[in-house]
Write a protein that binds this ligand. Structure first.
Ligand code: ADP
Ligand code: GLC
Length: 512
């Protein structure tokens, strides 16, 4: 199959979170399975142009009034032959930040920037004389590509191309003032008809959920959760309507970047059969964070965006968060790397100055993320909701036992400890509160001191769990087949669709 990934992030070129890891890893796995996979993303300032090759001739993109012009650069995804295309547009992407910066966390012209990416994907294919079977968009930034396919491009050489939209995080929908709509170059009747309208504003993710032939999200539990009002962020009704076309496929661990036996960021590599390197990583982690170098103390690590989604209010909230009590009451060490909301960055600095056993580094540092995964004994992830979560899978793989809220992908990947039998791969709590985090970290610390044999066997078990992208890629292939079958099927009532009057090709506002 020819598969085009339209995305705002792909490691190692541009990453703000797990989306970048997931897109590159999935693409690599699909390419390994024999598919012709290509990736298109913006050429942000962080992508070094000197390492790319310019493709002759500019690209004209029909957005706004007339056309916008882009230069196209290309390279390959490391560890593969897979072509990556970068769209250069100085006004849109010639600045620091993928979605925003400190001064402006969500750039005001994001609807234009990402509409441009979404429409340019088609022009790029024309330029390359390469028409994909599958156009795979990810999250709100490229959701519009599925709308352009359904409402504009399918009447051209893209007639047989099917679209898939992956929802990596429903909490971010790309909602903007409707004054951005004319820039998309779509008729006003589609403002309502294609599902853009959201309380009189434009909702990019909603339009993609309405338009895409098939939908995925990144774990089976999250696929169920987003169809409920508690996790649906206002789109649960639409997602229930689209549920016949929605599947949850778990992300994997990309061994190209995350393998403790070869990880170049670790001071010493290790494996389940020889954990001596992990001891060395722990000492190095303690040294690097200025914690006492004591192998006997349990070390709890965290690598996280500092946003409400990650449970940082319950953990670090200055008045009610449990981190201070955890560190003052328990004989443990705590090392965090994170960046995000400024109140939280401030609080982490403050805790570091007040507690001898708590240290935080503020910023985004790949090497330290690997060192924490390698050197910590436990990994804390008290997310309010978690579509999949990669860090807990990296932790399992690095023998660092996760302490998690039982939600989304965390529920699908971690097995709770049973202190009678010693089974499990981590420690879980059911309701996110400061108290439940406190109790569950306390439980893990209790096991560390009182059930060391259980900790050892859990570690072995965790490292033996396989989260393979190859398996996930097989599920995506099945979904792609389904999407292609939908496109070649004549319009009419859809087999298996729930409710009356549901048709395959029209997912209009009546669906909500
Ligand atoms: P999300 O995408 O919601 O942030 P994931 O667990 O799926 O959560 O992925 C997070 C990714 O971002 C991981 O690869 C993690 O190592 C990385 N990451 C997050 N914060 C930092 C940081 N401060 N420094 C380095 N890497 C980070
Ligand atoms: C999002 C989610 C995270 C998921 C990642 C990759 O950022 O918050 O749970 O692992 O996307 O799919």
């Amino acid at each position: 199959m020819k598969i085009l990934m339209v995305t705002s992030e792909a490691v190692p070129f541009a990453k703000a979170g797990g989306l970048g890891d997931a897109v590159s890893a999935l693409s690599r796995a699909l390419a390994r399975a024999g598919h012709d996979v290509r990736i298109v993303l913006p050429r942000y300032y962080c992508v070094d142009r000197s390492k790319l090759r310019l493709i002759e001739g500019p690209l004209g993109v029909p957005v706004g009034v007339g056309e916008e012009w882009a230069a196209v650069y290309t390279s390959t995804l490391p560890g593969s032959e897979l072509p990556v295309y970068f769209l250069e547009h100085e006004r849109f992407f010639g600045r620091d930040g993928i979605y925003g910066d400190k001064a402006e966390p969500d750039f005001a012209d994001n609807p234009e920037r990402f509409a441009f990416l979404s429409r340019a994907a088609f022009q790029l294919c024309r330029k390359l004389s390469w028409i994909p079977d599958i156009l795979h968009a990810h999250d709100w930034p490229s959701a519009l590509a599925t709308v352009y396919l359904r409402h504009a491009e399918r009447f051209s050489e893209f007639a047989k191309t099917a679209s898939v939209l992956s929802i990596h995080n429903l909490g971010y929908q790309g909602v903007y003032d409707k004054s951005s709509y004319p820039y998309f170059n779509l008729p006003w009747e589609l403002f309502h008809g294609a599902g853009f309208e959201h309380f009189d504003r434009v909702n990019l993710l909603k339009s993609g959920i309405t338009a895409a032939d098939c939908l995925t999200t990144v774990s089976p539990s999250y696929a169920r959760e987003i169809q409920t009002p508690d996790f649906g962020f206002g789109l649960d009704g639409l997602l229930r309507f689209r549920s016949p076309d929605l599947v949850g496929i778990l992300n994997g661990v990309d061994l190209h970047d995350w393998d403790p036996t070869m990880d170049p960021y670790l001071p010493q590599t290790f494996s389940a059969s020889d954990l001596s390197g992990k001891q060395r990583c722990k000492v190095e982690l303690q040294r690097e964070f200025g914690l006492p170098m004591d192998p006997s103390r349990p070390l709890v690590g965290m690598v996280t965006r500092l946003t409400d989604q990650k449970g940082v209010g319950e953990l670090f909230g200055p008045l009610s968060g449990s981190a201070y009590r955890i560190c003052s009451d328990m004989d443990l060490q705590f090392a965090v790397i994170g960046s995000g909301e400024s109140w939280c960055e401030e609080e982490l600095r403050s805790l570091s100055s007040r507690l001898p056993n708590f240290r935080a580094q503020i910023g985004y540092k790949e090497r330290l993320a690997h060192l924490i995964e390698g050197g910590a004994d436990f990994f804390l992830m008290p997310s309010r909701y978690e579509p999949c979560g990669l860090n807990q899978m990296y932790s399992l793989h690095y023998g660092t036992l996760p302490i998690v809220h039982r939600t989304g992908g965390l529920a699908d990947t971690v097995e709770n400890y049973n202190q009678e039998t010693g089974t499990g791969t981590g420690f879980m709590f059911d309701h996110l509160t400061p108290r439940s985090i406190y109790d569950t970290v306390g439980w893990a610390v209790w096991a560390w001191y009182n059930r060391p044999a259980h900790i050892d066997t859990m570690r072995q078990r965790a490292m033996g769990r396989s989260f393979s992208w190859t398996r996930s890629a097989e599920e995506y292939q099945k979904l792609y087949d389904r999407a292609l079958a939908l496109v070649s099927e004549p319009p009419g009532p859809r087999a298996g669709a729930s409710g009356s009057g549901a048709t395959r090709r029209i997912h209009g506002p009546e669906a909500q």
